[in-house]
Design a protein around this ligand. Structure first.
Ligand code: ADP
Length: 394
């Protein structure tokens, strides 16, 4: 049995055919630049990468092209035993605390939530609509926000005027929830205990941190949108909101210009000129002071969140690093953990420096906190949650 996992963006469709039991990604692919003069398609199956360039006018054409690829280069979806499609959806608002079978009502709710995620939900829906037309199996949606529906009100509610906040749905919904849930669950499995106070650091191009007690999220850094919290590849993360009023008044910047500045031209890229951490380290190593300062600001923000979440939880058992930077950047992990030495965190530098795809502890046995590196796998998590919903249908 397999699940086709689809992550549909505004001009892209990422997909994976996953065996939810073994965890194997049988085929992996990506359609990019949909609607532009040339679209690019990459499809990997059986160790072979197939690449195509051709115009694909919309998501429907994109997905049709992908389904033809499954027929021509394989694997045949029928023979691979496809039982469902799992769709990633960014914003589920307060309506979804877990995965849901797509019905007309669920579809309409996702559409109604579009004002909360204008860049994401409409793009997710485009993928859902064309996939439902083309693939006659149950379709399930898995929300990035669902894991954070357990947040206590004191963490989810901003100290914004209650009437305004409630009328416009302004509160902390979080994001990357599928990854935080998957990784915190893996950490529990690895340690062999449920009753843990954990901090999960999902550090990719987007970055977020969550506090998880006994498997339930109690706080997270992303807010109404993925802009809040950590320093990210191109996003500011936390910043005084009055900077917006200030730049609007003194620089005459429009809301759209500010949105672009905060989301796409700031963060590590806005500080160092590059957003790939490998390039930033290279620059810092060759004496670029802005790059070194960008790393310092990045680490400072992480340390600040770890300290505050340990205080919020009243203790800390586990820190889990995940995603592109969290899994691969041993120097960054070392800089963060060295700052926690006064609290009894003891890094094992040799183990930290080793690359690997397995879960591993990078602290010594006598460290006050166990620090783990855990590869995330959002597609597998979506495939498994999809199967959970499908199992309730029969
Ligand atoms: P996303 O899914 O948010 O696009 P990923 O989780 O794939 O992001 O992470 C991408 C980021 O991981 C890249 O921007 C890069 O900075 C970082 N990264 C990948 N490999 C390394 C490495 N070896 N050292 C440092 N950073 C790395």
């Amino acid at each position: 049995m397999t699940v086709l996992v689809i992550n549909s963006g505004s001009s892209s469709i990422k997909y994976q055919l996953v065996d939810p039991e073994s965890g194997e990604a049988i085929a992996v692919g990506l359609v990019e630049q949909i609607g532009e003069s040339t679209s690019r398609v990459k499809h990997t199956y059986d160790g072979e990468k197939h690449e195509y360039e051709q115009r694909l006018a919309d998501h429907g054409e994109g997905l049709r092209f992908v389904l033809d690829l499954f027929d021509s280069v394989g694997p045949s979806l029928a023979e691979a035993g496809i039982v469902a499609v799992g769709h990633r959806v960014v914003q589920g608002g307060d309506n979804f605390n877990g995965p849901a079978l797509i019905t007309e009502d669920v579809r309409d709710l996702i559409e109604e939530l579009a004002p909360l995620a204008p860049l994401h939900n409409p793009a997710n829906l485009r993928g859902i609509d064309v996939a439902r037309e083309l693939l006659d199996v149950p379709h399930v949606v898995v929300f990035d926000t669902a894991f954070f529906q357990t947040l206590p009100e004191e963490a989810a509610r901003y100290a914004l005027n209650r009437e305004v906040a409630d009328r416009y749905g302004v509160r902390r919904y979080g994001a990357h929830g599928t990854s935080h849930q998957y990784v915190s669950h893996k950490a529990s499995e690895w340690i062999g205990r449920e009753d843990l106070k954990q901090i999960v650091l999902h550090l990719g191009n987007g970055a977020s941190v969550s506090a998880v007690v006994n498997g339930e999220a109690v706080d997270t850094s992303m807010g109404l949108t993925p802009l809040e919290g950590l320093v990210m590849g191109t996003r500011t993360g936390d910043i005084d909101p009055a900077v917006i009023f200030h730049l609007s008044r003194v620089a005459g910047m429009s809301i759209d210009e500010l949105d672009d500045l905060f989301n796409k031209k700031s963060g590590v890229k806005g500080l160092a000129g590059e957003n790939d951490m490998r390039a930033v380290w290279d620059m810092a190593d060759s004496g670029d002071e802005n790059a070194r300062e960008a790393l310092d600001i990045y680490v400072h923000r992480l340390v600040k969140y770890i300290g505050s979440y340990a205080a919020v939880m009243g203790g800390l058992d586990v820190i889990a690093f995940t995603a592109g930077i969290g899994e691969n950047d041993d120097r960054l992990r070392a800089e963060v953990l060295e700052r926690l030495a006064p609290f009894g965190v003891k890094i094992d530098p040799e183990v930290n420096a080793v690359r690997g795809d397995n879960i591993r502890a990078i602290t010594t046995a006598d460290s006050s906190v166990t620090v783990l590196v855990i590869p995330t796998n959002e597609e597998l998590a979506i495939a498994r949650q999809t199967m959970d919903v499908v199992a309730t249908l029969s």
